[in-house]
Design a protein around this ligand. Structure first.
Ligand SMILES: [Zn+2]
Length: 209
């Protein structure tokens, strides 16, 4: 039986998503100061096979160190994760983190978990190598590209680009998905309407400037 388990982020922590299938995949791991995530994961499953980080920010990769498994991240965020540079977010959170990357992800790559297959979408803007993951079950894991409630990721950190984020948001409109599974804020059904609201807000912030 396949299942997607949601571990909601509280405060600055990101949401983590555990895909239970033939292969067990954890999407994003929080700042690492949340041992409860490891406990909760272990209540579900003995070991995970793969961590996918949606992008190399401390609040999404800091918990990688609690797990022993392969680690994957978008190709252009690899250096930021391996070096621990994390686009300045380590200093922001007063923490260090780095991970060896086992698998670089590029546009169009498929991650076969068994019944669930994730397709990689390169969605730069929040970070250069940020990715979203589209599943064949209608779930779009958006990292910090777009949030429910009609908000979107900040572009003012090193490596951020408003122009790129605008394009990334636009391309998500054409995808076939129902659920938005964001890096922060609540996962929602009717993800497309949340995306539409985010695009409208983005236009008010950046395109009229
Ligand atoms: Zn981020």
């Amino acid at each position: 039986m396949t299942e997607i388990v949601v571990f909601p982020g509280i405060g600055y922590e990101c949401n983590s998503y555990l895909i239970l299938d033939e292969k067990t995949v954890l999407i994003d791991t929080g700042t690492g100061s949340r041992p409860v995530l490891k406990q909760k994961v272990e209540e579900q499953i003995e070991k995970i096979d793969l961590i996918i980080n949606t992008h190399a920010h401390l609040d999404h990769v800091g918990g990688n160190r609690h797990f022993t498994c392969e680690i994957a991240i978008g190709r252009l965020d690899r250096v930021a994760l391996e070096s621990g540079g994390l686009y300045g977010t380590g200093e922001m959170f007063g923490k260090n983190a780095s991970s060896k990357v086992d698998r670089e992800l590029s546009e169009g790559d498929k991650i076969d978990c068994g019944e669930i297959v994730l397709e990689v979408l390169h969605t730069p803007g929040h970070t250069p190598g940020g990715i979203c993951l589209l599943s064949n079950t209608g779930h779009l894991f958006t990292g910090d590209t777009v949030f429910s409630g009609g908000s979107f990721g900040r572009v003012d950190l090193p490596g951020g680009s408003a122009a790129d984020l605008g394009k990334s948001l636009e391309r998500l409109k054409n995808l076939d998905f129902e659920f938005m599974m964001p890096g922060h804020t609540e996962p929602v059904k009717d993800g497309k309407s949340h995306l539409e609201s985010a695009i409208t807000l983005f236009g008010e912030y950046y395109e009229r400037a």
